[in-house]
Write a protein that binds this ligand. Sequence first.
Ligand SMILES: Cc1cc2nc3c(=O)[nH]c(=O)nc-3n(C[C@H](O)[C@H](O)[C@H](O)COP(=O)(O)OP(=O)(O)OC[C@H]3O[C@@H](n4cnc5c(N)ncnc54)[C@H](O)[C@@H]3O)c2cc1C
Length: 415
Amino acid sequence: MRENDVIVIGGGLSGLMAAAVSVKNNKKVTLLSLGAGTLTIGGGIVDVMGYVNGGEPAATPSAGLLQVDTEHPYKKIGRPAIEKSIEFFKEICAQEGYPYLGNLNEMQWIPTAAGTLKPTCLVPKTMDTTKLKEANHVVVLGFEALKDFYPHLISKNLKKLPGFTEKTYEVVMIDPGLADGRDVTALDVARLLDTEQGLAECTQKMRAVIKPGSVVVIPPVLGTSPDYRILDNLQKSLKCTFVECASVPPSITGLRLRTMMLRYLKKNGVRIVEQATVARSIVKDGQCTAVITAGIDRERTYYAKSFILANGGFYGGGLVAEPENVIEPIFNLPIAAPSDHELWANMSLFSNEPQPFALIGISVDEKMRPLDEVGKVVLTNVFVAGRNLRGYDFCFEKSGNGVALASGYQAAMSV
Ligand SMILES: Cc1cc2nc3c(=O)[nH]c(=O)nc-3n(C[C@H](O)[C@H](O)[C@H](O)COP(=O)(O)OP(=O)(O)OC[C@H]3O[C@@H](n4cnc5c(N)ncnc54)[C@H](O)[C@@H]3O)c2cc1C
């Protein structure tokens, strides 16, 4: 039987980060994960803090961190650990040949598929907007039959934004030849560009409609692998700058990030068990000794000295909403939630307030250990990270992957 120092439950960004930090700290780590989490539907970009009180844009991610309230996970984690988590994440990316750009002192405003700008902190090189900001003329490149990407809408909306009104816009389309009577997704185009032939054919089609020297906004389709081979190849062949925009699922940039993190973990000796559903835990005297996975064949028991619970929120499966309350299904940790469901939602669609249901989650101390209603640590060797934490609305404030990295880091450092 393998002797685990740490078992991480969940393979979203917080679990992947917790496993990476644990293994760097020379722990023997097993990661149990049911699925891919929200990385593959959300962006592979790291928002740290985009909007503060009342929906005001934060000047920088760092400035935004100063304005969170006492229940926010960032308050528990503290600035030094947040900074170190960003540093370590960037180190992993650089080591794996897929460096990310950005830092806490600069807000990056990246274009979205709706032609708006979204505040974020760390982006892959494919989303570098330096040249886009400087350009007088912007080309928006569309792919025939590609779902959820409307180049005319993007150019029309970008033109209304400060810093973008003086620019001229041009929409060009190429047909990647994938339609065959069905909708095409960004994943189809990315997979096509992964192949030598697909890349060569698309380059030729792009050459016919894009002039050298252009700055080109495209959907996130520059390959599925965590590297810059396709970006570099296209930029060199066409003498253009390409900027991937943030788009709707499936998230190719998220897929690249997940592949990169998994590769890093495997290389460093983390044992990864996929499609493992942790169903329950064995707890004795305020400590967890093992967790049990349920499968179609049989149950398996995994023992460890410490456990990091990083299995997401309502979407990921880490929190379950019942008619009367909210349940954390593995350890049955206490979750404070209004018993009246009417109070869970802010009914105003475009409100400048967070959603109450998004703030529901597990209360923790500064070591990320779960707390009960009176602030007492419930389990001393269980640490919580990611979307299941109480006190933040990632969607409203744009902080999702920032909290995932920082809390995953802090949980692993507390083991
Ligand atoms: C549509 C969408 C777009 C987003 N866009 C962005 C963005 O652009 N930038 C940004 O910073 N953030 C974004 N976010 C937020 C961000 O994706 C999340 O806040 C963050 O990644 C959460 O990570 P997590 O690891 O805590 O949870 P999750 O990603 O939910 O991962 C939970 C993991 O736990 C596993 N799991 C669940 N239950 C069990 C169990 N019983 N046993 C074993 N494993 C289990 C799941 O399979 C999964 O692997 C977006 C979110 C969504 C939904």
